[in-house]
Design a protein around this ligand. Structure first.
Ligand code: HEM
Length: 285
C-alpha cells in the first residue's frame, strides 16, 4: 500500500472517530439532563418524572433510532480508536533515544486509547446494570402507597396504586400484571392498561437506597466509588478528545482554536463532574 493511502486511511479513521466522538458528547449532554432528574426532583414527583422519561426514551421511534446511532457510535469509535493506537505504535517500533513526550503533548493525549478502553468497560457494565435490566428483566412496576384514614379511629389502611401510562393511578389489588407491564382485570381476559417499569427504584437501590421491591445493594459504596472513578476517566478522555475532534473535522482553524479549547476543558470538567455527583448524592441522602 502506498504511503499516501496509509495516510489517507489514517486521516479517514481520525475523521470518523471525531464525528462519532462529537455525537457521543451530544448523547452525554442529553443523558446527563435526563439523569439529573434523579437528584433534583424528589419524592413521588421525581420518581414519576424519571419513569415517564425512561418510558418515552425507550418507546419513541425517533429516540430509538438515536439510541441505535449511539450504540453504533460507541462500537465504531472504540474499534477505530484501538486500530489507530495499534497503527501508531507499529509506526514507532523503537523508543526514541531522546524521549520526552511531556514536552510536546499533554498527559491525557498520550493515554487516549487506555482511557477509552476503561470507559468502554464502564459502559458495558453500566448497560448490564441498568439498560439490560430495563429491557430484558422483569423489574417492579411504578407503585405509590397511600393511606386511607380509618373513620372509626383505628389504624389507617394502606393501599398500593399502580401508575398507568395514561397518567392515572389504579388500585393494584384489582389487577394482575401480565407481559411485565400490562394490567388485566383479575380472572378476566380484559386488558385495562399499562404501567411503567420502576427504573427510578432500580437506580436508587443500586446506589444504596432501600426501595420496596428491590434487593438491598450491599456493594453500593463500591458502586459509587467506581462510578466516580469512571467519571474522572471520562473527564481525562474528553480533556484532550473534545477539542482534538474539532481539529480532526477541520473546524479548529486559528480563529476558533482558543474558544474550542476552552469549551473542551469546561465540558470535560462540568459534564463528568455532574454525572459523578449523581451516585454520591443518591447514596448520601
Ligand atoms: C451517574 C451517572 C449515570 C447514571 C445514573 C446513568 C443511568 C442510566 C440508566 C438508568 C440507563 C438505562 C436507560 C434506559 O434503558 O432507558 C442508562 C443507559 C445508558 N447509559 Fe447511563 N447513566 C450514567 C452515566 C453514563 C455515562 C457517563 C455514560 C457514557 C460514558 C453512559 C452511557 C449509557 C448508555 C450508552 C446507555 C444506553 C442508552 C440507550 O439505550 O439509548 N451513562 N444510563
Amino acid at each position: 500500500m502506498s504511503k499516501s493511502a496509509i495516510l489517507s486511511s489514517s486521516i479517514a479513521k481520525k475523521y470518523w472517530m471525531a464525528l462519532t466522538g462529537l455525537f457521543l458528547c451530544l448523547f452525554l449532554v442529553g443523558h446527563l439532563i435526563g439523569n439529573l432528574q434523579l437528584i433534583f426532583i424528589t419524592g413521588e414527583e421525581g420518581k414519576r418524572a424519571f419513569n415517564e422519561y425512561a418510558h418515552f426514551m425507550t418507546h419513541n421511534p425517533a429516540i430509538k433510532a438515536l439510541s441505535y446511532l449511539t450504540y453504533f457510535s460507541i462500537i465504531f469509535h472504540s474499534i477505530d480508536g484501538i486500530m489507530l493506537a495499534i497503527k501508531n505504535k507499529k509506526a514507532r517500533p523503537q523508543n526514541y533515544a531522546y524521549n520526552n513526550p511531556g514536552a510536546n503533548s499533554s498527559t491525557p493525549s498520550r493515554y487516549m486509547a487506555v482511557l477509552g478502553t476503561l470507559i468502554l468497560v464502564f459502559i458495558c457494565t453500566h448497560m448490564a446494570n441498568f439498560w439490560g435490566k430495563m429491557h430484558f428483566d422483569t423489574i417492579p412496576l411504578h407503585t405509590k402507597t397511600i393511606e386511607i384514614p380509618n373513620e372509626m379511629g383505628g389504624e389507617a389502611q394502606k393501599v398500593e396504586l399502580y401508575l398507568t401510562t395514561k397518567g392515572d393511578y389504579v388500585a393494584a389489588q384489582q389487577f394482575e400484571v401480565r407481559n411485565e407491564t400490562e394490567f388485566y382485570v383479575k380472572d378476566l381476559d380484559l386488558k385495562m392498561g399499562e404501567g411503567y417499569k420502576d427504573l427510578h427504584g432500580l437506580v436508587m437501590s443500586f446506589f444504596g437506597q432501600n426501595k420496596p421491591g428491590f434487593d438491598k445493594n450491599d456493594l453500593a459504596p463500591f458502586a459509587v466509588i467506581l462510578y466516580m472513578l469512571a467519571m474522572a476517566t471520562l473527564g481525562f478522555h474528553l480533556w484532550h478528545g473534545f477539542s482534538s475532534a474539532f481539529q480532526s473535522v477541520g473546524v479548529r482553524v486559528s480563529s476558533y482554536k482558543h474558544p474550542i479549547e476552552i469549551a473542551g476543558k469546561v465540558f470535560s470538567v462540568v459534564v463528568p463532574g455532574l454525572f459523578a455527583i449523581i451516585p454520591l448524592i443518591i447514596y448520601l441522602f
